[in-house]
Design a protein around this ligand. Structure first.
Ligand code: DOR
Length: 431
């Protein structure tokens, strides 16, 4: 029997409200025991001195680019970036080529992931064919093939009647609809937040209202249909207010926020670094404060990376021409630990937002160290200092505004089904 004993750490498990000096014994890929000072003869020992022992992180918003854009990322490289970042499970977005709008694509992703990826992959299927916002996908068949949610992420379903039907059918498929909320007419060619920075830079602005208007519509439709609406990458204070009010009224809505929207303002675009071009755009300091408060309050349920790899040649163009998106998997922990350092989140809440809540949201096993559950575990050293260099990272792409920056805190070991798949000194251990 394969046994692994993780000891000397601070164990954090939001699913059982555990936070303390506890050891964790893993047997045959499952959690066997959580207790003080466990001794287990013959077990492999993993010393977690100075680290947190937590359920593996789950990213419900990742772009893995396979099939079709493997020059940016694939299931293997994205999976390695994930385990190096502390993730044990990823939900991958449907804007691949071909789009994941057919069960054959969903199955292809799952088959490839089984062979190539060190993390568990949960495909998100498109809500409409070709992400065109017009014809619904076969949601039941996609769900049966293994899709955990439906999303046209990257595009908004502008036709309100189509959106209504998508929400209605999602209740039959029993999976959330994840929306990329941006009114494309109001956003028009906007590439940065509309405000003083866009004016100073002379770049076309994308107003927060473009996001808020679509969220308001979708919340209304969610209330009407009873469907589970999940709002991706919330970026503005106004959006937070809308979500808060809808939750108070009993609407079934959940929401996520990215590390970049929690930490960078539109001032970061003043360098014209195209890795700061993201959709929705980086906004103001007041928006960041509202997003942080919403996470602490539980109005926003999860953090999610929106890891969006793009090739260097695609990003080395004028700001207005660059595709939106930045890498996220390898920097997420360090960037968002800032919220623990400034007292916005407790360590337990941090783990809840990165693991327990995401598991619940997409209804997969994970986010818990309960005895009997799959041994998906991360060890995080919240004080480890390191320098992130995207060129040395596991992702195939390099579009990160943090490349070259000094970071504090990182995943030091990642375990999937009881197997050590990443160790900060030894690297990724299975390929
Ligand atoms: O910045 C983004 N990039 N936002 C999205 O919603 C899509 C993503 C991508 O696919 O590159």
């Amino acid at each position: 029997m394969a046994r692994l004993l993780i000891r000397n750490g601070r164990l954090l498990d939001p699913s059982q409200d555990l936070d303390g000096a506890l050891d964790c014994l893993v047997e045959d890929g499952r959690i066997a025991r959580i207790d003080v000072d466990i001794s287990a003869d013959g077990a492999e020992i993993l010393d977690a001195e100075g680290a947190w022992i937590a359920p593996g992180l789950i990213d419900i918003h990742t772009h893995l680019r396979e099939p079709g854009q493997e020059y940016k990322e694939d299931l293997a490289s994205g999976g390695m970036a994930a385990v190096a970042g502390g993730f044990t499970q990823l939900a991958c977005m449907a804007n691949t080529d071909p789009v994941n709008d057919d069960p054959s694509v969903t199955k292809y992703i799952l088959d490839r992931a089984e062979k190539d990826s060190p993390v568990k992959i949960r495909p998100i299927a498109a809500a409409t064919r070709g992400l065109a916002g017009q014809v619904m996908t076969e949601m039941m068949a996609l769900r049966e093939a293994g899709a955990v949610a439906f999303s046209d992420d990257g595009a908004t379903i502008m036709d309100t009647a189509v959106m209504r039907r998508v929400l209605e059918y999602s209740t039959l498929a029993d999976a959330p609809v994840i929306v990329h909320a941006e009114d494309c007419h109001l956003r028009a060619g906007g590439v940065v937040n509309e405000g003083p920075v866009s004016t100073r830079l002379g770049l076309p602005g994308n107003p927060a209202a473009a996001e808020e208007i679509m969220i308001a519509r979708d919340l209304r439709l969610a209330a009407m249909t009873g469907a589970h609406l999940h709002i991706a990458h919330v970026s503005s204070a106004g959006s937070v207010d809308l979500i808060r009010r809808a939750r108070e009224d009993g609407t079934r809505v959940t929401a996520e926020v990215t590390p970049h929207h929690l930490s960078l303002t539109d001032e970061a675009t003043m360098t014209f670094d195209t890795s700061t071009r993201v959709a929705p755009p980086l906004r103001s300091a007041a928006d960041i404060s509202a997003l942080r408060a919403a996470l602490a309050e539980g109005v926003i349920d999860v953090m999610a990376t929106d890891h969006a790899p793009h090739a260097t040649y695609e990003k080395e163009v004028e700001f207005t021409e660059a595709p939106p998106g930045m890498l996220g998997l390898e920097t997420a922990v360090a960037v968002t630990l800032d919220l623990v350092r400034d007292g916005t989140l407790s360590p337990l809440e941090f783990v809840r937002c990165w693991s327990t809540n995401p598991a619940e949201l997409i209804a997969v096993e994970g986010g818990s160290l309960r005895v009997g559950s799959a041994a998906d575990i991360v060890l995080i050293d919240p004080t480890r200092e390191w320098t992130y260099d995207a060129a040395q990272g596991f992702s195939k792409s390099r579009n990160s505004p943090w490349s070259g920056s000094k970071m504090t805190g990182r995943a030091v070991a990642t375990i999937v089904d009881g197997r050590l798949v990443y160790h900060s000194e030894r690297g990724v251990l299975i390929r």
